[in-house]
Design a protein. Sequence first.
Length: 369
Amino acid sequence: MLTAHAYRIPTSGPEDMTGLQALLDNKKISPKDIVAILGKTEGNGCVNDFTRGYSTFAFKTMLAGAMKTSPAEVAKRVAFIMSGGTEGVISPHVTVFARTEAGNAAPATGQKRMAIGVAHSRVFRPEDIGRLAQVEGVVEAVKAAVKDAGITSPQDVHFVQIKCPLLTSERITEAAGRGKTVVTHDTYESMGYSRGASALGVAVALSEVKASDVTDEKICSDWSLYSSVASTSAGIELMNCEIIVMGNVAGSTSDFIISHDVMRDAIDGEAVRGALKSAGISAAGVVSPSDAQRIVNVLAKAEADPSGYVRKARHTMLNDSDVNHSRMARAVVGGVIASIVGYPMIYVSGGAEHQGPSGGGPVAVIARA
């Protein structure tokens, strides 16, 4: 069994490799052991956020040199998921995931500890995005990532992070040239459809939702269908889905554990505390400095409730023509989580279509056991 490791590294910009380079130079991590990099970049998180692709390119190039191979080969070995948008207090950073042979670690404790699996879906066509074809492709890839992690029960999966594609005007035109239609001609709206289809793929793969209940018409329409562990982020820099499955397995020698809960709305601090408690961290108020040292990262989804209300009070995030609602939601959820853990370097992804109940979203804690 492979041993999972996680490292949170602050970044001064999308291209900043100094933190990872220091880990490599100090032999704390070997480039060949890296399986995934999950980042928060300081772009707008929308269709034209090129910080995601810029960061991915920088990390691929850097690791290609360290591994003495090509960036294309690195892309086959490592899942790169860059999520744009660090609104409010969210601090730009990356979390690097690695796996080593169990023989290099301490003996297994008998308790369930963190395991990581990665997979890449097939390349999707523009007409697939936001439709059942994308759901089905994600189902297959998530199952492969679960197997890669060595997880045998869906109940042991605590977070599934996916980077998925979106539609651009060029992609829409290309599909039309072949006589194909796309789910929407609004490129920003396509992000939601892609996130939603990917999330439903997670839900079906983990038996949270029946495959027969998912149709094209229900994607981004029937909010009763959702996954409690899916976190999906759309970007312009790819046409497939890159997947990281995080969970716990018995017999693992990892020093880390992951737990999760589900936020019912954007200000559900109790769900954050519930996830912390499941990781053995008390948070009656703010996490204590000693417990805060155990936290590697908090991962969460954020959404402007499509009903237009939060706890029966009207919100205006969906009506603002100047700032996209996903940007506002990230700022809100980021502030709620930071106020509890006492630290703003956290991962919050905007747009929670079919990721948790409508208006809410999953929240996970990675901690040292």
